[in-house]
Design a binder for this molecule. Structure first.
Ligand SMILES: [Zn+2]
Length: 470
């Protein structure tokens, strides 16, 4: 049996004998909620108890770092350097989870108590991100066990604040550029397009949040006595929103329309399977000239996340003095991020809406990233995944959502490739979060095969010589 087959078999046995479920149970049991102050102690416990032992067993040197942002969780940097002439891979995972939301899970389920039911492993962090990084590290362990070495150098970066916007991650990457240097970044987070086939994405849409505020006067005034005499902030705000898109959500601000939807991106998106969200999508919403995949992966989208004027829960006959909408633009590369707010200001002014203030959210916007679709790592990894599972991998230029990928793509300057192991119906960030066992098993085998293939052919990719087709 070849090394590849032996390693795949080892991973399959690890999974089928229940070891993966057992390891994930221990990981999920640590309530590493980064949004909760009480969860802070658990952030380090998770690294200490679940990640460091696993890496140490494989001969990694592990080092914990305090976060430069006060009150934010620690980082873990681990590495196994076998030979400086061999390729170096950097991976990433986040040990924190969102709030457990105990009271909202289905009867019989509890967020930090892994529960197996049919093909589902329920528990907070099963999909985001504990299950995903455990799959990758276990795949690595199988390769180690079969070969007695990896055949490449491997670096691991863990953060513990992804769910609160990755505080300090960018600074950490900046300060540790040398320690984090690599030839390629490969990590797993987020959903696949379909549970049955692997997905590859190479970046993420960016996101910027801001409030539109119309603050005309203190307090509210009787609508009978003053209706017709006082400007209504909710109406002005509605006009502002209505000027940003048309009635089907098509963007009306020229600077907000990306320039990056080129034919090669369209070709990549054209072969994707339909988006299966588990609920109906509105085909008559968004940019009418684009396909559904182009709208979410190749274009920008504006959303009103929340809005308020007066007291909706107990309205009175009064004209409010104040209205506010919390808004968001998700954007792909090819949008000038620094111009987003100034273009909006100009647009509102042009529409006579000077009384609408724009207040940018305190947290920094997530920049958009995307790897050149011709990068040789993409084709290599896609071929490897297909070889293992027999399905063509779905290739996305970027995820529709946001990830701290800018730290790896821009700060560290690495080609970034994400191979997610979850699926759209996983209830990530909601009650009943789960990982599909069938997907997790396939993912474990795919990652095992990929690491073997990198040990055989990775060198040829970094030296630019044509690697033999797998
Ligand atoms: Zn998350």
């Amino acid at each position: 049996m070849s090394v590849r087959q032996t390693a795949l078999q080892l991973s399959a046995v690890y999974f089928d004998d229940g070891h993966f479920t057992k390891d994930l149970t221990l990981a999920v049991a640590i309530p590493s909620e980064s949004q909760e102050r009480q969860g802070y102690k658990c952030l380090q416990v998770y690294l200490d108890d679940c990640i460091i032992p696993l890496l140490s067993k494989m001969g990694f040197t592990c080092k914990l770092f305090e976060n430069s942002v006060s009150d934010a969780g620690p980082f873990l940097l681990a590495e196994r350097i076998e030979n400086l002439n061999m390729p170096t891979i950097l991976t990433y995972g986040h040990g924190d989870v969102v709030l457990g939301q105990h009271e909202h899970w289905k009867p019989g389920l509890s967020p930090f108590d892994l529960h197996e039911e049919g093909d589902r492993l329920y528990g907070r962090g099963t999909a985001d991100n504990k299950g995903q990084h455990l799959i990758n590290l276990q795949a690595l362990a199988s390769v180690m066990e079969v070969q007695g070495k990896l055949g490449f150098n491997f670096k691991v970066l863990f953060e513990t604040g992804e769910e609160i916007g990755s505080p300090g991650l960018k600074e950490f990457c900046d300060q540790h550029r040398q320690a984090l240097s690599a030839d390629v970044f490969i990590a797993s987070d987020g959903p696949r397009i379909s549970p049955h086939s692997p997905t590859i994405f190479t970046g993420s849409r960016g996101g910027i949040n801001f409030d539109l505020v119309v603050n005309l006067r203190d307090g509210a005034h009787h609508s009978g006595n003053f209706g017709g005499l006082l400007a209504d902030p909710a109406i002005i705000l509605s006009h502002a929103i209505a000027s940003i898109t048309d009635s089907r959500g098509q963007l009306q601000i020229p600077e907000w329309r990306p320039t990056s939807l080129t034919q090669d991106i369209r070709d990549v998106l054209a072969v994707l399977p339909p988006i299966d969200a588990g609920f109906e999508l509105d085909s008559d919403w968004g940019e009418s000239s684009l396909t559904m995949a182009e709208r979410v992966f190749g274009w920008n989208s504006f959303a009103v996340l929340a809005m308020k004027s007066g007291h909706p829960e107990a309205p009175v006959n009064a004209i409010s003095g104040y209205a506010r909408a919390t808004c968001q633009l998700r954007y792909v590369v090819g949008t000038e991020a620094n111009d987003i707010i100034s273009a909006l200001r100009q647009h509102l002014d042009n529409h006579g809406l000077q009384s609408v203030d724009i207040i940018q959210a305190e947290e920094n916007p997530f920049p958009a990233t995307r790897l050149d679709i011709q990068n040789p790592w993409i084709a290599f990894i896609a071929a490897s995944l297909e070889r293992t599972c027999g399905h063509r991998a779905d290739l996305l230029p970027n995820l529709g959502g946001s990830l701290p990928n800018v730290c790896f793509a821009d700060v560290l300057g690495l080609p970034t490739i994400w191979i997610p192991h979850s699926y759209p119906g996983c209830c990530q960030h909601a009650p009943n979060e789960h990982l599909l066992k069938s997907t997790a098993r396939q993912a474990l085998l795919c990652m095992t095969g990929l690491f073997v293939d990198i040990s055989v052919s990775g060198q040829q990719i970094i030296t630019g010589s044509k690697y033999s087709a797998l």
